[in-house]
Design a protein around this ligand. Structure first.
Ligand SMILES: [Zn+2]
Length: 298
């Protein structure tokens, strides 16, 4: 493990950290219990030093380092793991979708609501023609870059409103500025406003998605900001050259992906730094690292 981590730099990506996942978030949510997550960081700290993800971008050598990130800002992160991580001196970055501070339920959580209520067929019946992609599940085709995310979101909202399912729902993601943590160990970054597939949008729409969350974060007092952008969904097909152009325009220094990989060399697109991340599952970390390294070299 020592040798592996001297060559490969892990950037961990988590989403929910509930001791038990609330039923309405059901099946598809990536969740690692607080206890297991803390164990993961303790295990890694035997071999590497955790630094904020921004420091990883600028570090001369990233070997021997690691970074910890959370996407979507589920409240469970603030409620269950932020405290213990700070106590143990582990820096971390939370990537926020600004729309949840405006009380909006993220569209991927709307997808989860439809699935967990067994409404998929009923919802599909009202979708615009051509949206359903043969061979892909409802969960998958709704986030396929061929479908404009804004159009999918509007259809989901229409359906769930007709069920009265959104009116009283508080988003499971951080929705109040007071919840943000003022600590030198905690930084907040931009994960776009509504978590749309950026490559499904025009450049102007992408600009708006990124700018609106910048503005939301600008209004929150006493937080430390990351200059790294987290690409929603995080695979190559989910962003394009225009995304990189917009990120440059707004002064971002790097973007983080999510492709179940560790970092060997520095990766760039048109000269813009990209970092790989991987999502550990709710199990021991050691065997997972070995598996991710295999994937990376395959
Ligand atoms: Zn996300």
């Amino acid at each position: 493990m020592d040798r592996l981590l001297r060559l490969w730099t892990p950037v961990l990506l988590y989403h929910g950290s509930y001791p038990e996942v609330p039923p309405e978030l059901g099946g598809e949510l990536h969740n690692v219990t607080p206890e297991q997550l803390i164990q993961h960081t303790r295990y890694l700290r035997k071999y590497v030093r955790f630094v904020p993800v921004d420091e990883l971008v600028t570090a001369e050598k990233h070997h021997g380092l690691a970074a910890l990130t959370f996407d979507d800002a589920y409240r469970s992160v603030h409620e269950h793991v932020a405290g213990p991580l700070i106590e143990e001196g582990v820096p971390f970055t939370i990537f926020v979708n600004g729309s949840s501070l405006e009380g909006e339920v993220l569209w991927r959580d709307k997808v989860r609501i439809v699935i967990s209520n067994d409404w998929v067929e009923e919802c599909e019946a009202g979708l615009p023609p051509g949206m359903k992609i043969p061979g892909l599940s409802f969960y998958k085709y709704t986030k396929d870059p061929r479908n404009d995310s804004a159009v999918v979101d509007a259809a989901l909202t229409r359906f769930l409103d007709s069920k009265g399912a959104l009116a009283t729902r508080r988003p499971p993601t951080v929705d109040r500025p007071e919840a943000f943590i003022d600590s030198p160990l905690v930084t907040y970054g931009n994960h776009s406003h509504r978590h749309y597939v950026l490559s499904s949008l025009t450049k102007e729409q992408q600009r708006e998605e990124i700018l609106r969350t910048e503005e939301v974060l600008d209004r929150i007092p006493n937080i430390r900001r990351s200059r790294v952008f987290s690409i929603p969904f995080g695979e190559r097909k989910h962003f394009n050259e225009e995304t990189i152009e917009v990120l440059r325009e707004y002064g971002f220094e790097a973007a983080v992906l999510s492709r179940q990989r560790l970092n060997l060399r520095r990766r760039r697109m048109d000269g813009f730094p990209l970092l790989e991340r991987f999502m550990p599952n709710d199990d021991r970390l050691g065997p997972q690292l070995i598996q991710f390294r295999r994937l990376a070299s395959a």
